[in-house]
Ligand binder design. Structure first.
Ligand code: F6R
Length: 585
């Protein structure tokens, strides 16, 4: 979703903004633009649909010097993708410009109250610029105008505003992410830490309702609902090289290959947070696991495990929580799984579960969800740059399952299987398997449809494999329980239709039976399994990993999706229409 970086300080802002916005490209966007000050102190807006690199090149942005500025990437919500609707967006006079992330739900109402203003875009963002103009013409400072707007606006929206005649850049954090970075020569306010990590690792995480003013030599934060809110300066551990591809051609490949190390880190440093979370599970009634997309798949797998351990557990997609309103009791525990900690479908669930204890299984420190839960379990996967979740899926699902195992007193078995998993991942990502994945990718790259089949935990693995393939290759891929296949989807099988079967030892006989029904009708089978079978036309070897047996299979499907994407000439890191953090409903 939208990315914002603003800088105000003693240096030329342009190199920081250019570098910062490139590091925000991973979030997904369709247009980009910046606002700078020209030599006479007037606002200069340069924007267009398309890539950040093109905006920088076409407008020769790096030739400018400006004491402060904002750069933005837009992921369209209201108003089609075009240059006019790209941000920053200005008021009637071009004195104020705004870059925004979120949706203003009462847009019409506020727009109607600004009827004497001339609107030139189709965005909801534009009301911010005109509202600020209106109130500042009435004598308010920009900060006070932002505070008044914050009270009037409905929905989740964060924005950054610049005024030609004010020294400070002012931002509001409300729902969508914003964080402050404190460098020796200036201050940043941005959508995430990696965008400015090259320049500083001193950050202030913001809370909803924070109005931030960043000046040449400092900053001020006022929370609109709690004037005593503490804003600590933290030193973050993210390293600059986590934001780079290193020797890999794409972030997605780098992140897939990092998975053995990510699992290794759980053993080294994650156990204490697992123990704290497990105590909460033991003290609670029913357990609900909430997530979206890949994180919801992690929820489903963990919920299966919790139930197998005798705990009453249900996985829910965040946006569907209201379907459960009648049965949720105060003793129930909620485990929220979210890489970004900013997914609106998950955040919106919080309204209904204010009274309940909550655990967050998160990757991004200081994210909105981290401020809304009782116990935070950071998965420590490191910055995930590619849009498709890979290493964070593995880390999230493993953490969630370990919490269940610890709560059930199965500590030794859990630790043993964690060790097995680390080994299994090292042995899965070896040249022989990677070569077989390459050959398989060539076979399927031109297919229009693919099926992913599995049972038990591998049913969800099939959903996850299919999701990854859809995202990065644009092939229609469907995950189905292999037993369900005969109840309808089997009609789609004919010669040369490929199904990817994820077969664990536990369900092997049943799945093989289903696969033979496909083979009998001329279908072709790619097997991802710990053992080969005569039913497989092509075989990708996974490794056993105890309760985590499905994980190496997921990793192979991630690799397959990646390879197909590359063969098709798609950039797997930036699939069309998708965003890394989905901060709208
Ligand atoms: C798929 C993917 C998405 C995310 C989903 C939730 O590869 O990345 O489906 O899993 O948008 O994101 P988080 O985990 O940040 O809540």
């Amino acid at each position: 979703m939208c990315g914002i970086i603003a800088y105000n300080g003693s240096d030329n802002a342009v190199p920081y903004l250019v570098d910062g916005i490139k590091n925000l490209e991973y979030r997904g966007y369709d247009s980009a633009g910046c606002v700078l000050l020209d030599g006479s102190g007037n606002l200069l807006i340069r924007k267009s649909e398309g890539k950040v690199g093109d905006v920088i090149k076409n407008y020769a942005i790096d030739k400018y010097t400006s004491p402060k500025g904002i750069f933005h990437t837009r992921w369209a919500t209201r108003g089609e993708v075009n240059t006019r609707n790209a941000h920053p967006i200005s008021d009637c006079t071009g004195k104020i410009a705004v870059a925004h992330n979120g949706i203003i739900e009462n847009y019409d109402e506020i727009k109607n109250s600004l009827s004497d203003h001339k609107f030139t875009t189709d965005t909801d963002t534009e009301i911010i610029a005109h509202f600020l103009e209106d109130r500042m013409n009435g004598g308010l400072t920009m900060k006070d105008a932002v505070a008044e707007l914050a009270h009037e606006m409905k929905g989740y929206s964060s924005f950054v505003a610049i005024d030609r005649d004010s020294d400070d850049i002012v931002a509001l954090k409300n729902g969508s992410p914003l964080v402050v970075g404190l460098a020796s020569n200036g201050t940043f306010v941005a959508s995430d830490v990696p965008s400015f990590i090259k320049y500083t690792n001193r950050v202030v995480y913001l809370f909803d309702g924070d109005v931030v003013s960043i000046g040449k030599s400092g900053y001020r934060i006022d929370n609109l609902s709690d004037s005593d809110k503490k804003h600590e300066v933290k030193t973050v551990k993210i390293k600059y090289d986590e934001s780079t591809k290193g020797d890999f051609p794409h972030f997605m490949l780098k992140e897939i290959m990092e998975q053995p190390a990510v699992v290794g880190r759980i053993e080294e440093s994650g156990i204490e947070s697992i123990e704290r979370a497990a105590e909460l599970v033991k003290a609670s009634g029913r357990v609900y696991l909430i997530g979206a997309g890949t994180s919801f798949n992690a929820c489903m797998i963990a919920a299966n495990l919790f139930r197998s351990l005798g705990m009453d557990a249900t996985a829910i997609e965040g946006q569907n929580i209201s379907n459960y309103a009648g049965v949720i009791s105060d003793k129930d525990l909620f485990i929220l799984i979210s890489q970004s900690g900013e997914t609106m479908d998950v955040i919106q669930a919080l309204d209904l579960i204010k009274a309940n204890k909550k655990i967050g299984i998160l990757n991004v420190e200081g994210s909105t969800l981290s401020n809304s839960v009782d116990v935070v379990v950071y998965i420590g996967a490191g910055h995930e740059n590619a849009v498709a979740a890979t290493k964070t899926f593995t880390a999230s699902v493993v953490y969630a399952m370990l919490i269940g195992m610890y709560a059930a007193g199965k500590v030794e078995e859990a630790r043993n299987d964690l060790g097995l998993l680390k080994l299994a991942l090292y042995n899965t990502l070896v040249p022989s398997v990677i070569g077989a994945v390459d050959a398989t990718a060539s076979l399927i790259k031109d297919k229009v449809n693919l099926f992913y089949l599995g049972r038990g935990a591998d049913y969800v693995t099939a959903l996850e494999g299919a999701l990854k393939m859809k995202e990065v290759s644009y092939i229609h891929a469907e995950g189905i329980d292999s037993s369900t296949f005969k109840h309808g989807p089997l009609a789609l099988i004919s010669k040369d239709i490929y199904s990817i079967a994820l077969v664990s030892d536990a369900d092997r006989d049943a799945v093989m039976h289903n696969l033979s029904e496909i083979k009998a009708r001329g279908g072709r089978i790619i097997g991802i399994s710990n053992h080969n079978s005569e039913l497989f036309d092509f075989y990708l070897k996974s490794q056993p990993a105890g309760i985590f047996d499905f994980v190496p299979k997921v990793v192979i499907s991630q690799l397959l999706a990646y390879k197909v994407s590359v063969l098709k000439g798609i950039n797997p890191d930036r699939p069309r229409n998708l965003a890394k953090a989905v901060t709208v409903k």
